[in-house]
Design a protein around this ligand. Structure first.
Ligand code: NAD
Length: 360
């Protein structure tokens, strides 16, 4: 991107947002990271850029329209990458209201704040601006054993998280059609890599294995996800700031479908090889009752972005999962404080009689 680029990143203290901030600043762009610092945020993920004159952080809730409008006016961004969200499916089952507030109402207020900001810009600056709305493949619901999600796949969300993201996608695209906001939407598959809060499958499995605690797998562990290394996603989002066409949706995936059991077994094998223990790490795997509404399979068809943007994943799953395991082993200073916030107990279990209609 041109070096005059100023990007406002929402949710930049989270897993993917911090990767986006590091990448943008590393490439010479100015970044304003706006994050409300929920339980999932960690400013330590931004230590490597915190002192850069190109980087600034402001603590704010995207639903606070006045605060966001003031930040937009002062920072004068040329693009915005919207990642701020509540993101953990299990937490959305227990506490869906937080997801509606952050993901639906928050996105609505952010769109309105950006609409007001764009009205103050010259037409050429308005035309060049991009609002990159970051969504997930979970909005499409569950696949059977075959097929892949493409940009035209109808939305069929299963969890409160997925439904809140789907609602936000509809708002973002409606603001493009009705008000001409230069919105592009990305729908991406599961990410993995360093700096991910240890409530999601991969970091939780790694840390439980390191600490010799049970590694829980839902159901029989056969649910399949399509894994993408986080820097490949960050690169995709930066690319959309430059090349995304307003009103378009773009699907990004890693072409790395793995069952949850296979992912956890790979993690255990990496630990066995590099940090052997007297019992193999896979002995820690424990199967527990399935997640309510658990989608069976996600897989992304990235044909559009390969053709139109020239994007493809650089990272190979097996190499990067080994690197990710090594990273967590080497960075207890990063994750220990987070384990104190969340020690890994089961979330998202329904009360007895609270009906669950799982499809997977
Ligand atoms: N992690 C994945 O595998 C994945 C895959 C596809 C899409 N996504 C999407 O990418 C985005 C980032 O995901 P992540 O995994 O980095 O999430 P994360 O939970 O690690 O980080 C989310 C960040 O958003 C901030 N936030 C939450 N609500 C906010 C609010 N109201 N105002 C300001 N900040 C707020 C949190 O403090 C946190 O720092 C999300 O929109 C998610 O839906 C994630």
């Amino acid at each position: 991107m041109p070096t005059s680029t100023r990007v406002l990143v929402t949710g930049g203290a989270g897993f993917i947002g911090s990767a986006v901030c590091r990448m943008l600043v590393g490439a010479g762009n100015s970044v304003l990271n706006v994050d409300r610092l929920s339980y999932a945020a960690n400013l330590a993920s931004l230590d490597s850029i915190a002192a850069s004159p190109l980087y600034a952080f402001r603590q704010a809730n995207i639903a606070d329209a006045a605060a966001i409008e003031a930040l937009l006016t002062r920072f004068e961004p040329t693009a915005l990458i919207h990642l701020a969200a509540e993101t953990h499916v299990d937490r959305s089952i227990t506490d869906p209201g937080n997801f509606i507030d952050a993901n639906v109402v928050g996105t609505f207020r952010l769109l309105e704040a950006v609409r007001a900001y764009l009205a103050t810009l010259a037409p050429s600056a308005r035309d060049a601006f991009r609002f990159v709305h970051v969504s997930t493949d979970e909005v499409y619901g569950s696949l059977g054993p075959t097929g892949r999600f493409h940009e035209g796949t109808p939305y069929h969300p299963s969890s409160p998280y997925a439904a809140s993201k789907a609602a936000a996608d509809h708002l973002a695209l409606a603001w493009q059609r009705t008000y001409g906001l230069p919105v592009v939407v990305s729908n991406c598959s599961n990410n993995f890599g360093p700096f991910q809060f240890p409530e999601k499958l991969i970091p939780l499995a790694i840390l439980n294995a390191i600490e010799r605690r049970p590694i829980r797998l839902y159901g029989d562990g056969t649910n399949i996800r399509d894994w993408l290394y986080v820097d490949d996603h960050a690169r995709a989002l930066v690319m959309l700031c430059e090349k995304g066409v307003p009103g378009e949706k773009y699907n990004f995936g890693g072409d790395a479908e793995r069952s949850n059991l296979a992912v956890v077994e790979t993690i255990c094998a990496c630990l066995d090889m590099n940090f052997p223990h007297n019992a193999p790490h896979r002995a820690l795997i424990t199967f527990v009752a399935d997640r309510p509404g658990h989608d069976y399979r996600y897989a992304i068809d990235s044909g559009k972005v390969r053709k139109q943007l020239g994007w493809h994943p650089h990272a190979a799953f097996d190499e990067q999962i080994a690197q990710t395991v090594q990273w967590y082993v080497a960075h207890p200073d990063w994750w220990r404080p987070l384990r104190e916030r969340y020690a890994g107990g089961r979330l998202g279990v329904l009360e007895r009689g609270d009906g669950a209609g799982g499809r997977g």
